[in-house]
Design a protein around this ligand. Structure first.
Ligand code: HEM
Length: 205
């Protein structure tokens, strides 16, 4: 029988899930404000005015928890020369030919690049969002800056939504990953197969 290895503490998992839930709520309320085709989503938030009021506050909570999470995961996401090799051989990753790949540590290069997209994307959303946040901050800024901010905000949000769709797809696609964020543990077999250098570090094998 395969034993388990601890991957996340209870508090790491809690902060991840607060970020995940607030991200989804921010995305749904933001889409409702973005285009009439998504306007029906306002019903989830108590109507149009409430969607408009709540959206920036949800984004603020997400940013705060994201900062806490990003600080904890920062050191595991440094890009190494082995990560560049891994990225070049992405074909082997997709075909599951792991024997041709450098051994990943706690995270593989795909996870790391996505982490950095989040680290850049969330502050961009926060700052561009502040410029257009009526009635609190927007009155302090010139109209041209608000116009630029609206475009930057929408663009950054789309990139982030696509990134998170890839993130969710990947954790479901790689069997045995979701339990890392629900129970905090992974099987030894999972660690050996997907994150061999981390497996060695954790088990000394
Ligand atoms: C329903 C949506 C989500 C699900 C099901 C999910 C699931 C997971 C799982 C299972 C892991 C563990 C992967 C591993 O240890 O190899 C993980 C890691 C992570 N997730 Fe999520 N997640 C979701 C949304 C989000 C969102 C919205 C963000 C941030 C905006 C996020 C940021 C992260 C980060 C930073 C990690 C650690 C990976 C790293 O540091 O490179 N997740 N997620």
């Amino acid at each position: 029988m395969s034993t388990s290895i601890q991957r996340y503490t209870r508090s790491e998992r809690s902060s991840h899930w607060v970020v995940a839930i607030t991200f989804i709520l921010a995305a749904l309320s933001g889409l409702a404000l973005f285009h009439p085709a998504f306007f029906f989503l306002v019903h989830l938030f108590g109507g149009g005015p409430w969607t408009r009021i709540l959206h920036p506050f949800i984004g603020g909570v997400m940013t705060l928890f994201f900062i806490g999470m990003a600080i904890r995961f920062w050191r595991f996401n440094r890009i190494t020369p082995a990560d560049r090799q891994w990225m070049k051989r992405i074909g082997d990753v997709i075909q599951n030919r792991d024997q041709n790949l450098p051994e990943p540590g706690k995270y593989n290069a795909g996870q790391k690049y996505l982490f950095w997209i989040m680290v850049v994307g969330i502050p961009v959303l926060l700052v561009s969002g502040m410029f257009i946040w009526q009635p609190w901050f927007a009155p302090f800024f010139p109209i041209w800056l608000m116009r630029v901010a609206v475009v930057v905000h929408a663009l950054a949000a789309w990139i982030m939504i696509l990134g998170i769709v890839v993130h969710i797809y990947a954790v479901i696609w790689v069997k045995g990953t979701v339990r890392a964020m629900t129970h905090g543990t992974v099987s030894e077999a999972w660690a050996r197969h997907h994150h061999r250098a981390w497996y060695r570090e954790m088990t000394g094998k």
